[in-house]
Write a protein that binds this ligand. Structure first.
Ligand SMILES: Nc1ncnc2c1ncn2[C@@H]1O[C@H](COP(=O)(O)OP(=O)(O)O)[C@@H](O)[C@H]1O
Ligand SMILES: [Mg+2]
Length: 238
């Protein structure tokens, strides 16, 4: 399994947000879907090793996030919804920092992505001076460093212009054969364009479930005909 988590629980104060949440993924592309406040961002930051769960186990490409955090984290990338980068850091410094932390270099593939995102002019800009879209693009580009096995992206299309969105969709589609990509998004059209398998948050609860038990997105011919697996009006999965 590329990503496996078992019985993850998390309580904030008196609010139990995650209660023994479990799932196991191979490679592929999944869009985590659920109402606001249900716990998607909390789960993704726990899976990324940013937030400590109260209980539960997480394995990334066979490495325990708890007992082998360096090995596990070297194989994953995480793009949070909000930008957590120091305002004094430049785009270039972030990319170099991520590459160093992963023990790798910024390869031509990542350079090509920076070019597709038209980030060249902003690499020496500090995060505090970047627009939200530029912050997001720089964080997204950094997620491709080190050929991760697991990519976690929280509201990945938020704040992106149409050209960037199309580049991201194409990139995500390319990666789905090689890695597990788990995105959370309110953007039904984005999820549909990537061809992601929609995974209702409610499916994560209870006993360990296999990935094929979740509902698949529509086949290509239905997508082309405008069918949608997330109802854009009320967010319900059809
Ligand atoms: N650091 C925190 N402290 C207290 N409550 C939090 C914290 N982070 C998230 N929450 C609460 O946990 C719930 C789930 O939040 P979140 O994971 O952001 O949901 P989603 O991403 O699905 O919209 C919300 O009620 C939110 O207010
Ligand atoms: Mg969220």
């Amino acid at each position: 399994m590329t990503l496996r988590f078992h019985n993850i629980s998390k309580t904030f104060g008196y609010q139990k947000v995650l209660d023994r949440v479990s799932y196991a993924f191979g490679t592929g592309l999944y869009a985590l879907h659920g109402s606001n406040g249900i716990g998607k961002s909390t789960l993704l930051s726990i899976l990324a090793g940013i937030l400590e769960p109260d209980a539960g186990e997480i394995e990334v490409a066979g490495h325990s996030l708890h007992s082998a955090p360096l090995e596990a984290k070297a194989r994953l990338s995480y793009v949070p919804d909000k930008c957590p980068i120091y305002p004094f850091m430049t785009g270039c410094e972030l990319l170099q920092f991520v590459a160093r932390a992963k023990g790798t270099l910024i390869c031509p593939d990542v350079e090509a992505l920076l070019e597709s995102f038209a980030l060249g002019a902003y690499l020496n800009t500090r995060f505090g001076q970047m627009s939200l879209g530029t912050q997001k693009k720089t964080m997204l580009a950094s997620a491709w460093i080190g050929q991760p096995s697991v990519m976690l992206m929280d509201e990945s299309s938020n704040g992106l212009d149409l050209a960037t969105r199309d580049v991201l969709i194409a990139r995500i589609r390319q990666m789905r054969e090689k890695a597990l990509i788990l995105i959370s998004t309110h953007d039904a059209e984005f999820a549909q364009s990537t061809g992601a398998e929609v995974l209702p948050f409610s499916k994560l609860h209870g006993p360990l479930m296999r990935s094929h038990e979740c509902r698949r997105g529509p086949p290509a011919h239905e997508r082309a005909a405008g069918h949608c697996c997330i109802d854009p009006e009320n967010g319900a999965v059809e």
